[in-house]
Design a protein around this ligand. Structure first.
Ligand code: ADP
Ligand code: MG
Length: 247
């Protein structure tokens, strides 16, 4: 039963190993509707693995992930359904090179949502407009900057009408000036009230846009709280060390 008070996304005692290596060790995380949770932690701490589990790109060993009342990890839950409701933007920008920006966005609308061509085209134009690429709809990926390609990726995810958006270091492959356009789009999504779980080293975004920060280290959540707490007044020594090391 869906409950009025249940979080939109609930991650419960999640465990994941690769061979002998325990990558996630009992992660619990609740995300309320409209939350913008920024996930930080050292390289190899399990951030990408956590996001991949939520998007059902990686199978968990034990624990649960619920999107409202849907058990994301259940055998009878269709991963493709999950991926419509939980959009994901990756560090590596994976557009189809032989398709224009619009065609890249249209693909899911046609194949997954089953829209006819005209409706998909209109919707793709709208989503590209939303990410500031209304004048690039006919461009091929090779004609776009890294930041523009990343924004096409965001438009493609948004076109599915997701309830939650996951971002895995969306700007870390980009030059600083190209990051800005992507960060502006993410800030706009925050304004629109989108529920987001964001892995990023962009502390400006974290300070300005996050409702909460989660610090993950060695597969465990060390500390979670509002940005002021984690940045200015962390309860854990390890958190303080981490923020010192990246500032
Ligand atoms: P982060 O995103 O925080 O840098 P990851 O989740 O990518 O961390 O990786 C956590 C650990 O899991 C790393 O030690 C990494 O090498 C390992 N790992 C991630 N994906 C795989 C995989 N598909 N196979 C084996 N090991 C993996
Ligand atoms: Mg990662």
């Amino acid at each position: 039963m869906a409950s009025e008070t249940a979080p939109l996304l609930r991650i419960e005692d999640l465990w994941k190993s690769y061979g002998d290596e325990e990558v996630l060790r009992g992660v619990d995380l609740d995300i309320e509707r409209g939350d913008v949770e920024v996930l930080v932690g050292p390289s190899g701490s399990g951030k990408s693995t956590l996001l991949r589990c939520v998007n059902r790109l990686t199978e968990v060993d034990s624990g649960h992930i619920y999107l409202r009342d849907v058990d994301v990890c259940a055998d009878d839950t269709d991963p493709n359904e999950v991926r419509q409701q939980i959009g994901m933007v990756f560090q590596d920008i994976n557009l189809f090179a032989h398709l224009t920006a619009r065609q890249n966005v249209m693909l899911g609308l046609r194949r997954v949502k089953g829209m006819d061509k005209d409706a998909a085209r209109t919707r793709a134009n709208e989503e590209l407009d939303r990410v500031g690429l209304g004048d690039q709809t006919d461009s091929y990926p090779a004609q776009l900057s890294g930041g523009q390609k990343q924004r096409v990726g965001i438009a493609r995810a948004l076109a599915m009408d997701p309830e939650v958006m996951l971002f895995d270091e969306p700007t870390s492959a980009l030059d600083p000036e190209l990051s800005n356009g992507v960060l502006e789009v993410m800030a706009q999504l925050v304004e629109e009230g989108m529920t987001m779980l964001v892995v990023t080293h962009e502390m400006r975004f974290a300070r300005g846009g996050a409702s909460g920060i989660t610090f993950l280290d060695d597969g465990q959540i060390v500390e979670r709280g509002p940005p002021e707490q984690l940045f200015e007044n962390p309860e854990e020594e390890r958190t303080a060390q981490f923020f010192q090391s990246i500032s």
